[in-house]
Design a protein around this ligand. Sequence first.
Ligand SMILES: Nc1ncnc2c1ncn2[C@@H]1O[C@H](COP(=O)(O)OP(=O)(O)OP(=O)(O)O)[C@@H](O)[C@H]1O
Length: 406
Amino acid sequence: MSFPRILAHRLGKKFSRSLGHSLWHRTQDLGRRLIGRRPTPVLRAGEFWAVRDVSLEVAAGECLGLVGPNGAGKSTLLRMLGREYRPDAGRIELRGAVKSLIRLGHGLQPMYSGRENVYLKCAELGLSKREIDARLDEIVAFAELEAVLERPVKHYSDGMYARLEFAIATCMPVDILLIDEVLAVGDVAFQLRCLERLQTLKREGSALVFVSHSEMNVLHVADRCLLLFDGQTVVEGRPEAVFGKYYEAVGYLNRDLKSLGVLPTRPPDVSAGLDFSGSADEPLQANPGQPLAFELEYRAERDFEAVDLRLEFWNTAGLFAASTLTPADSRPCLAGGRGRLRVELPFLGLDAGIYDVAVSAKAGGRDLAYRGKARRVQVLQTAYDRPAGFGVMEAHIWTAPSGRPS
Ligand SMILES: Nc1ncnc2c1ncn2[C@@H]1O[C@H](COP(=O)(O)OP(=O)(O)OP(=O)(O)O)[C@@H](O)[C@H]1O
């Protein structure tokens, strides 16, 4: 049975807005601690609460996500849990060894090779030489660094460095793992491997606290989430519900952003005289902001005139990301039997990630088909300055052999 590994009760952490105040207050706090008293629970001149009155509990085998806008207090809370910051209020009880993955890029020896770092860091984690020998290949394969294993890690890119550090830190079960936005440096494939690794750690009984701005990553791994605003918990609950509230709150606070409302769920597959075969092949690879073209296979029980086709893109966490809008003159007529449709999107308005492409078909006001997983598309991370995200995309569709409609 799972038991709480982390218990935090009414945690608070204050910071000062200026260095002068900070030095003065720290000296006062030190004086109080020396005589066995806690720092004053009231705010002094220039101070503010970075985290205030936050309570949480994380069981073995569970992952708690911490979400919220920049400056909400997520990292400060995590650092208190990792004993890096001493709380100014409240108390923390940790049952088991704690591993923090808060700032990747500081934990390796720059002059040593990747291989030497694996041995050094794994030995620090308590593994014997024989145990490290047995894990070396797996760690290196996970980080995909076979080709550079003998190079000093100071010559690694930021992403390579972070991959090795993550692979080493998670190569064995840990009681409590604190993770702060460390996946952001890796490419999409590595992020997915990391999420799977975190799932494995959960199954092995680790308690995880995971800070991320990536909704997809949080939904993948977190069982519950806390939404923080201005250092305080405003909502706690299932990740989907917490993100729903988060969007609502952001819309409310900024006034000019609309609430996204209730997130739709993927409908069941339907086939009424028309069906699309799903494809479990390798995902199609695409780039944000670039065109995307592919073919879809269908089977129609009879001829259908002017079929209105719509594509939907659902991310791997099952969240709706985008759909297409097809011009009225781009409604193909489908001949009975088997056939293929050619689909072209001139501009792919999606962020990096893996998406299931769902296809829905209507004709004469009737639903003919809905196929939730007709294709898979992997949108690659290219540049951060390309427009991408939620939205509606233009699409042109026609029957494959006969070419473009006139
Ligand atoms: N060492 C520090 N000294 C003074 N202020 C700090 C310190 N660390 C954090 N803060 C402040 O505390 C508040 C909470 O910061 P924190 O880094 O915890 O937020 P966050 O939710 O992790 O933000 P982000 O999403 O941008 O990483 C912010 O106002 C930040 O400026």
